[in-house]
Design a protein around this ligand. Sequence first.
Ligand SMILES: N[C@@H](CCC(=O)N[C@@H](CS)C(=O)NCC(=O)O)C(=O)O
Length: 217
Amino acid sequence: MLLIGMFDSPFVRRVAVTLKLLEIPFEHGNWSVGKDFERIREFNPLGRVPTLVLPNGEKLFESAAILDYLDEFVGAERALLPARGPDRRTALNLMAMATGADIDLCVFRGATLVGSSGSGTSAEQVNLSNPASGLHKVVVHGWGVAGTSPFKLHAWVLGTDAAGNMAVTAPATVATGEPATIGLAFSGLAAGTKYLGSVAYSVGGSTVGTTIVRVDP
Ligand SMILES: N[C@@H](CCC(=O)N[C@@H](CS)C(=O)NCC(=O)O)C(=O)O
């Protein structure tokens, strides 16, 4: 079996966790929905992940449909979802809550709302570019979540000082309109920790652009 999709997707992760729990060996197509979109579309007309390709070439889309197949594949004895009754309904409710959670973010400076993120998922992000100085307060709103679980907020302030854990290599000169390769090497990062950094490009001492770099284990 081939599981297509990167593990930064919670939907891909739920399939990978199920494959592991059920001890089903699989190959991993670690393809990005961005740069590998056309390649993914060869397997899934929606270009979405997870996509599971079975040994006979059959392709499955939607994590819930894939989990349904995996339960069928291992048989009733080993299936993870109870076949019927209250246990099944409880498990389906838990899955709906886990996949449907909706968290929103608001950022205030003093009493002024300076940024917000309110998609229908729990993957929210607010970026403030050159913010005015002052105390910033982030309000995390559990819009559609079960109970009052604590949320973990990841926040970074990107200044101009190098932290010393990323080395950048770049060509000595570049020509307008010509591609150039920038090399990044990281050192001293703690395992399992998220990092945010930036590469700044300058001409004559003034910054003309930046690339934001994420390390998201
Ligand atoms: N309901 C779908 C959601 C899958 C989904 O949203 N996948 C995202 C990655 S997390 C995706 O493929 N996005 C690319 C796109 O929509 O173009 C499932 O459970 O499989």
